[in-house]
Design a protein around this ligand. Sequence first.
Ligand code: GLC
Length: 730
Amino acid sequence: MEEQLLSLLRQMTLDEKIAQMLQLATPFFKGADDEGMITGPMAQMGVSEQQVQNAGSVLGLSGARQVINIQQAHLNHNRLGIPLLVMSDIVHGFKTIFPVPLAIGCSWDPELAEKSAEIAAREASVSGVHVTYAPMVDLVRDPRWGRVMESTGEDPYLNSLFARAFVRGFQGKNLTEDTDRVAACVKHFAAYGAVEAGRDYNTVDLSERQLREYYLPAYKAALDEGCEMVMTSFNTVDGIPASGNRWLLRKLLREEWGFNGVVISDWGAVKELIPHGVAADEAEAAYKAVRAGVDIEMMTPCYVRHLAKLVENGDVEERLIDEAVLRILRLKQKLGLFENPFRGADPQREREIVFCEAHRAVSRELAAKSCVLLKNDNVLPLSKEQRIALIGPFARSGDILGSWSWQGSQEDAVSLYEGMASKTEASRLLVAEGCGVETRGTEEQRSEALAAAREADVIVLALGEHSGMSGEASCRADIRLPQAQLELIQELKPLNKPTVAVLFNGRPLDLHGLVDEVDAVLEAWFPGSEGGAAVADLLFGEARPSGRLTMSFPYSVGQVPVYYNAYNTGRPHVPDAPDHYVSKYLDIPNEPLFPFGFGLTYTTFEYGEPRLSADEMTEDRPLTVSVRVTNTGPLPGEEVVQLYIRDLAGDVVRPIKELKDFRKISLEPGETAEVAFTISERQLRYYHSDLTYASDAGEFRVYVGPNSRDAAELRFRLTKKREAGDPAWQ
Ligand code: GLC
């Protein structure tokens, strides 16, 4: 196979090679249903018809018939018959939309996450897609950033588990044989989630140790799982934008990690080296990106307009072009496109399986598992005897798919009203919007809501952000619910009715103005195509809340960034302690409103005293910690037992807690389970000041409990065989 590719490469002209490194978006295709030629506004980009016809790949295209037409037309015009790669953003579902990844993360269920990616891949592949730009595994700590909805949260260990699960689901075990899978593309490399001030595309400036300790593990996990492609991020990494960063893409990604797959830039990120201020013009942008190792330039023409000249002038060795093109051709070969350029595209199967009942059922199950119950003062679950007033802008809204759900349809989404109406008598379910998402309700809307509330035994508020308030380029400096909704809550308050708030939103919010005004809060995020059905299942107790937060809910935006795995500082603030000169605010607490790992259920759990198998560990003698957990409440429930460690004295400062393991258990009322974890020396390793990755002998704490805040503490030591030359104190 490699020999065939090398002989193909030898037949290619330099222009044909460089055209393989160009990716165009669908607008370049005119009349895709007939001749499917790439045309579109290439004149504005100064790209020749010939180069456009030889483009290596296209983004944003799907639909079996359309892809078949375009691929056929492309092959008719491509001298050497090199097929197009068809790529698209399938981040949390294709047409069957699953909850946004931040919600999926809160399920703490990598297996179900993998299932969702497998279904997304199947629907995408029969619709002609070969590669998805997912998983997005950027670690996030700043809810002002709109793209936190696309991440699985603030913990590197959990993000790594989900990264692996998504890659397994998308790619399966054999991309050549299994045409119901697609190649995955881990993004955005690297550390896009650390943009300053939570403002999209902004500067990222982290130490290498921060990068390696927190931000890089999930990308590495995706690649260790066999992810085929990497997408560079818009941001700088230590002063150099990722798409021109040789340390990041060559030294780390290719040499240290051994990645030999395709690297694609994010949309326009090669040309953005100019506004970033590291390239004077397109030619220099092309020069820096190709030397850094970007194989495909997405949607800008620096490569096709300047690389040939750079090679002819001897500024860029043709070898670099050959390496990039060979990686692209290898991916096409691995996908079987030379044998079958239409791969899985199949209009008949497309009609049968896309958005089918079985797929929607999995979306509903995952949505129910992704919701997080944040408060419940004895109002949930509801009973079908109650008269319910469903009030708020999301009562009948289909805008519950969230960002990055291109192929999904809001019209086909199950709204909360539909979900609830299918479970209770119509006469017992009154519904009124009361206001818009960001607009104050009309006089009529508000009086209709008040009237419904007066009639009801219980109010269910359906509130949140519309899907355009999170996602790319959708950052918010004020992360409270929109004012119109806060006013609606105040207007209903005097009725003094038991009230449940269901939130549809793409980020942790500042819940002031809501959390103290209602009796229960269910965080539903953007729950996807079956969202209303899943939330209704939870509200009526036919499913039970089991989600746990994977991103902290700040007390207020002034606290941001706030995350559980932080450092202690030299002057830690102990709540209620009188010390003045310590790390604290004058006006708000240090603790988040709801911490990482937090989530309630419809029952209660009691933890016994955790026990350690020994109080000393060595490299070859791990410890086990076990704890008995009892369901002490009236209903069955799911508990996520979490295990954290703390290294008390490191070579560098160490987080006050680090998640190292967890176990999801289901318990009937009165049932007890014994949960045991193994702690090994490998789990205690970290990047030292000289970037060696190792553990230290010394004192540790281990925490076991229901979340990162309420966990019982145990102590143990790690002792190491004294090696010659070890400093005595180590
Ligand atoms: C966007 C996003 C990236 C996406 C790409 C293609 O700008 O940053 O996540 O995959 O362009 O749509």
